[in-house]
Every structure is written in C-alpha cells, then in structure tokens.
Write a protein that binds this ligand. Structure first.
Ligand code: HEM
Length: 417
C-alpha cells in the first residue's frame, strides 16, 4: 500500500528492468526518462529507482540508514516450496557477506580481507597470463569465434575456482550453479523454475560445506585453506559454516562479473574500431579502457538496498522499508560527474570515479583482481589480434536478470580477410 509520503515521488509505471526492450538497451530507456526522474518508484518491481551519482554514493556511504539486506534477495516473491528448499539447505534470506549489515558483515569481511590480500592477487598474475594464452592458442585467427565461450567466460572461472581451491573436475558444475543463482536472485523465474533453482542452490551450498570439511583435513595453499588457518586461531570467530559462506560469495562474485566486464570492454572498443586501433597502438590506454567501460557500460549495472528509517533522498521522501534499485549504470551517465557522458572516452580523466564496484564498507573485494584479468585479456588480444573486428550483423543477447550484464556471446574475428 502506497502512503502519503510516497505520493511525492514520481512513478514510472512502464519501467521494467526485465522487459525485452530494457535488456536489449537499458541506456535507451534511461535517456527516454524525463529529466526530473532522479528518484522514482517502479511498480513493476516495487522498488525505488535511484539514478544520480551523488544519491547512490550517499546510500553506499550511509550503511546505517540503508541496509544491504536485499542485495541478493529474489526480486520476485518466491513460492513457499522454493523458500522451504532454500531454508532447509541452510540458505538464509541474507545468504552471504554482501547482504549482511554490521556487525555480521564485519565477521565475514575481516577474515576474507585477511586471506584475500593484494599480494595474493599479484601472485595470480602469472596464472592469469598463462590461462589467457592457453585459451587463445586454440583460436583459428581466420575463423570467427565467440569471445565469451573462448575467453571471457572460462578465464575468470578458472582463476577464481583455482584460487579458492575447487577441484577442476567440479568447475562445470560450479559454473552451472552460478547460472541458477543469477536467475533466482536477480531474474523473474516462474514457480517451477524457482523450485528447480532452489534445489540447485541448496546443492551448491552443500557442496561448499563438504569442500570446507575436506580441506580441513587436507590443507593446501589455496584461499580455502588460508581461511581455515584463520579459523584455527579462534574457531568461534570464524566457523566452518562461515567459511563455506565466504566461498559462496567468491565463487560467484569472481566469475560472472568479470566475464561480463571483459565482454563489455571488447564490445565497446570494437563498436568503433578507432578505439580498438588506439589501444593497439598504445597499451598504456588499457587500464583507462577498462575503467571507462565500467563507467559507460558496467557489468554490475544495479545493486540494491533498503531504508532502515524514513529518509529524504534526491528530494524524495522515502518511508522506512523502501527498497532501492541503485542504478549504477545510470550513475555513470551522470553529466554532473562525467562531462559528455554519452561519449566513450579512452582518456577520460575521472573514469575511475565510477561507482561500478560500490563504495563504503561493502566495496568490492575483487575489484583489483577483476580489473587485472580484464587488462591482461585485453593486452593479449591487442597483441595477437591487432586487427580484431566484430562479426557484422550479430544481435547481442543478455541474460534476463537485473544485476549482471554483458553479451552472452560476442562474435569476433582475429584477422579479417
Ligand atoms: C570485475 C568486475 C566486478 C564488478 C563490477 C563488481 C562489483 C561489485 C559490487 C557492485 C559490489 C557491491 C558493493 C556494495 O554493496 O557496496 C561487489 C561486492 C563484492 N565483490 Fe565484486 N565486482 C567485480 C569483481 C569481483 C571479483 C573478481 C571478486 C572476487 C574475487 C569480487 C568479490 C566481491 C565480494 C566478496 C563482494 C562483497 C563485499 C562485501 O560485502 O563486503 N568481485 N562487487
């Protein structure tokens, strides 16, 4: 039921982030909204959509007024059977770090940050390079290939799964579970699909519990074992169940986000070959190209919060319990922060100001790793395929969910004849 306070808020009845038109081109929808649509209510999802950089940053930085609880909550009301399966599988409504508030968040974030050090990320560089080479070695330069299945999907999966300590034979299963997870929490599955996804989520969590139990008796130099070493110091401060929950965070967060980032970078550079040629001519432009893509077309375009009290945001009075759809992709097009936001500018001085990795206490733990993977992938492609081009006439498709966006396939050719 909408109350009087909400009446002050503009409503956009047609706004549906899972409609085919939105999935195909969210920026066309953004540009069609009236200028005053700074914060508006979208009945299709029962969320308040926040579009401006300053407002989203304010939300991220005030974790007391804005709870992270809905970050992974299914966008649709789940049927009771699906809820039961999830709960029985130990999958709570706030299932891991990114949707927990303090102090529960710190309990998981602190040991994760201790085990996921910048040094460990640096140490991954040779493995990232070797994996990129291995994947690109299989490509015939004269035949069109799908960059997603050839490189951007397998690369981050290989890196994060081996880092965490998932045995290679289980990687295909993990990748499949990640797909179920994306649809269940961020898509609009039918009741039957919900039950199917919920069973897979329970199996996914159960697998990770088993992995922690196995590693406890067979330590190695992986991230899982580093967390177990922290557990040994004080078993009550970090339980096995919590370690499994951290692994649940990383196996997903380290995968689809980066897959889509690489797809988006290559797509945006090749859309105008002048951009690609500039990066080929000057590798120093690569980090800027990655940041500019995160601003212009981020792989995590939306993140969510809920208000813990009545508050005014962007001139709109929000009641307690207002669910917020933080449109990170729109914040990258905010002209008050990024002049001429519709221009993809490889040399944009402040592209790194993007909110694509969040801000504040939940700031993305894997930002450095994700960027490193994208930079190395791009560097290898520019060296091996300086004349890389998009295959003409392809229509891009996007997985139907609100929070993870990049082409599902991107056909390119390394050496066009
Ligand atoms: C490369 C593209 C990536 C993007 C665009 C991205 C984006 C994000 C965003 C928007 C958040 C939420 C921030 C907030 O709530 O304030 C987040 C959190 C997180 N990300 Fe990433 N991410 C990426 C890569 C990665 C990678 C490679 C990893 C893992 C190795 C990772 C691990 C995490 C974790 C663990 C959190 C939760 C942090 C917390 O709640 O304290 N991310 N990320």
């Amino acid at each position: 039921m909408r109350n009087a306070e909400q009446a002050a808020c503009p409503i956009h009845a047609d706004f549906d982030p899972l409609s085919p038109a939105f999935l195909a081109d969210p920026f066309a929808v953004l540009n069609s909204l009236p200028g005053e649509a700074r914060v508006f209510y979208a009945p299709s999802i029962d969320y308040y959509v926040v579009t401006r950089y300053a407002d989203i940053e304010e939300v991220f930085l005030d974790h007391e007024t804005y709870s992270a609880a809905p970050a992974q909550r299914p966008l649709v009301q789940l049927v009771p059977e699906a809820v039961q399966i999830l709960l029985a599988g130990g999958h709570q409504p706030q299932p891991s770090m990114v949707s927990l508030d303090q102090p529960a968040h710190t309990r998981l974030r602190a040991p994760t940050a201790r085990a996921f050090t910048p040094r460990r990320v640096e140490q991954m560089e040779p493995r990232i390079r070797a994996t990129v080479d291995q994947l690109l070695n299989t490509i015939d330069p004269f035949t069109p290939f799908d960059l997603v299945s050839a490189l951007s999907f397998p690369l981050p999966a290989t890196i994060i799964f081996s880092f965490v300590g998932i045995p290679e034979r289980d990687w295909p299963q993990l990748k499949e579970w990640c797909g179920h997870r994306a649809t269940l929490a961020w898509g609009r599955p039918t009741p039957d699909e919900q039950v199917h996804h919920a069973r897979n989520m329970a199996a996914y969590r159960n697998y990770l519990r088993g992995l922690v139990a196995t590693k406890a008796h067979a330590r190695d130099d992986t991230f899982a074992s580093a967390l177990l070493a922290i557990h040994d110091e004080d078993p009550k401060a970090l339980t096995y169940e919590e370690i499994a929950s951290i692994l649940y965070s990383l196996t997903f967060a380290g995968h689809e986000t980066t897959n889509f980032l690489i797809g988006n970078v290559v797509r945006r550079l090749l859309e105008d070959p002048v951009r690609w040629d500039a990066v080929v001519a000057d590798a120093a432009l690569i980090p800027g190209a990655v940041h500019e893509t995160l601003r212009y077309d981020p792989s995590v375009p939306v993140w969510r919060r809920v208000t813990t009290r009545a508050v005014t945001l962007g001139g709109v009075n929000l009641p307690q319990g207002a669910k917020l759809f933080l449109w990170l992709a729109a914040s990258g097009r905010d002209a008050s922060v990024f002049p001429e936001p519709e221009t993809f500018d490889l040399r944009r001085a402040n592209a790194a100001k993007t909110l694509a990795f969040g801000r504040g206490i939940h700031y993305c733990l894997g930002a450095a790793l994700g960027k490193l993977e994208a930079e190395i992938a791009l560097e290898a492609l520019t060296i091996r395929c300086p004349r890389l081009r998009l295959v003409g006439g392809q229509e891009l498709s996007f997985h139907p969910n609100i929070s993870f966006r990049g082409p599902e396939a991107l056909w390119v050719v390394c050496r066009p004849r």
